[in-house]
Structure formats: C-alpha cells, structure tokens
Design a protein around this ligand. Structure first.
Ligand SMILES: NC(=O)c1ccc[n+]([C@@H]2O[C@H](COP(=O)([O-])OP(=O)(O)OC[C@H]3O[C@@H](n4cnc5c(N)ncnc54)[C@H](O)[C@@H]3O)[C@@H](O)[C@H]2O)c1
Length: 257
C-alpha cells in the first residue's frame, strides 16, 4: 500500500453529507492508503448511504459525542473493524439557533452549554474514548474557525471554537507523554450543512471570496482535508498544539471582515 497514510487506521467523525469536510478527509485518506472507520450521529441510514460513496465503503459506528455510554463502548465497537487507531478526526460542531446569527446577548446558558458540550468538550471526550486503541505516533485532528477574532453572526459558536482551540493545546499537553499529537485545521467558510445553519453565513462567503490573498472556493473541501491528512501523517512528528490555517490566507490580513 502506498500513499501519505499507507497502513494507517483512522476514525473519522462528522460525515453527514458528501459536502462534509469529514467526507473529503475520509475519501482522501482512503486514496492515500488509510483504512477508515466512520462514526455517524442521529441519521444513521443517511450516513451509511454516504459512506457507500467513498472509494472503499466504510463501516459506520453510531456516536453522539454527548452520550457517555456510546463514548464508553466506542473503543470496543471500533475494535470490531480495526485492531488499533493511528488517527482520530473530530469534525463535529453544533450550536442551537439562539447562539448564532447575532443572538449573543440573549442566548440562554442551556443553549450555550449544548454548543460547548458538542463543539468543545467533545474534542477531549472523543480523544479519551479512542485512547485505548492508540499508541505513540498517533494523532488527533479537529476543525476550527479562527477564534482569535469576534465575527459577526458566529457568536457563541465562536466562543465554543475558542474553547476548542484551547482544549487542543491542553490535549497536546496531556497526551504528549503518550506520544500522541493534537492539532487543528482552521478552515475558511465552506458550504456544508453546518455552515448553512448559520444565519448570515453569506457575509463570510462574500468576505472570503473578495479578500483572501490566494482566493477561496466555498465548495472545495479538499484543501482543508489535505491539511488534516498532513497532520495525521508522519510528516509532522514534532508538531502538537498547533493550528494550521487553510483559509486562502485570510487570517493574515490586517482587518477583519
Ligand atoms: N463549513 C465551514 O465553513 C467550516 C469552517 C471552519 C470549521 N468548520 C468545522 O468543521 C467541522 C465539520 O463541519 P462541516 O462544515 O463539515 O459541517 P457538517 O454539517 O457536514 O458536519 C458537522 C457534523 O457534526 C455532527 N454532529 C453534530 N452534533 C453531533 C453530536 N452530538 N455527536 C456527534 N456528531 C455530531 C453532524 O452529524 C455532522 O456530521 C465542524 O467542527 C465545523 O465547525 C466548518
């Protein structure tokens, strides 16, 4: 088997459509020699249907990252398909509508708590659940949206992403002694199901397409997926707690949108 991820066994969360960033990660990973196991949330038959569109149909395991029983049994359920894991991809985000679209001042704590549970704390939960299957050289990779700035309409999801970026650094700290890395890819706006649920997302689309130094495609998930593959590979052996921007260079500009 040849390719960047030859022989690697990956657990990829977050596939819901073939536009999902996770779908591109899974597809590219298989094309580069990896064995992929997917997890699906909620609409399992839909995820199973999408999984059949991969170059190699991938097994799908049910995982709601807020469900402690499902997290506790995850390693055993993954073991039915692969004998260990070299990489875990966290491609999960959710915030109730009250938390997005300008509702920052009014969103109730219960909704913010849901956003943080699913989008932030789950990064740690997923890594810990997969840990029994991992060994030195392993990697955890997640997806963020630049949380160093306050964006219009992103509101509490932005706060959740700031937490995710910090959680990744803490995971790097706590898993470093086991030889396991934790890194994030900070992607520009992409037209996925999650993105479409953000009222006013068009503002991001306009800003990125007009201003990104390299230009930006809203429908091409592959650049972000490629960065995930690189971070999962053996080519970043001494990099952890890092955030790689895959945003056409937008983050480097002097003024926000
Ligand atoms: N699309 C963008 O513009 C963009 C930009 C930067 C970062 N991201 C991040 O990329 C990641 C993937 O999102 P996407 O854009 O591919 O959208 P998507 O809608 O395709 O994927 C989001 C996934 O989260 C899953 N999910 C939600 N709640 C869950 C739960 N409780 N347990 C398990 N899974 C759950 C959904 O099932 C879905 O598969 C997210 O973290 C998102 O914030 C997206």
């Amino acid at each position: 088997m040849s390719g960047l991820l030859a022989g690697k066994r990956l657990l990829v969360t977050g596939v819901i459509t073939d536009q999902s960033i996770a779908f591109s990660v899974a597809k590219l990973a298989q094309e580069n020699g990896a064995t992929v196991v997917l997890t699906g949330f909620g609409r399992m038959s839909l995820v199973e249907r999408i999984a059949k569109r991969l170059p190699e149909p991938a097994p799908v395991i049910e995982l709601d990252v807020t469900n402690t029983e499902q997290l506790a049994s995850l390693a055993d359920r993954v073991r039915e398909h692969v004998d260990g894991l070299d990489g875990v991809v966290h491609s999960i985000g959710f915030a109730p509508q009250s938390c997005l679209g300008g509702g920052f001042l009014d969103a109730p704590w219960e909704d913010v708590a849901t956003a943080v549970h699913v989008s932030t704390y789950s990064y740690k939960s997923l890594a810990v659940a997969a840990l029994p299957l991992m060994s030195p050289g392993g990697a955890v990779v997640g997806l963020t949206f630049d949380a160093t700035k306050a964006w219009p309409v992103y509101d509490w999801m932005g706060v959740a992403k700031a937490g995710l970026e910090s959680a990744s650094r803490y995971l790097a700290l706590h898993l470093g002694q086991k030889g396991i890395r934790s890194n994030l890819v900070s992607a520009g706006p992409l037209r996925t199901m999650a993105a479409k649920s953000i009222p006013g997302f068009q503002q991001f689309e306009d800003a990125w397409t007009e201003r990104s130094p390299l230009g930006w495609s809203l429908t091409d998930q592959e650049p972000a997926a490629r960065a995930c593959l690189a971070l999962l590979s053996d080519w970043f052996p001494a990099t952890t707690g890092e955030i790689v921007h895959v945003d056409g260079g937008y983050h480097a500009l002097g003024a926000a949108m």
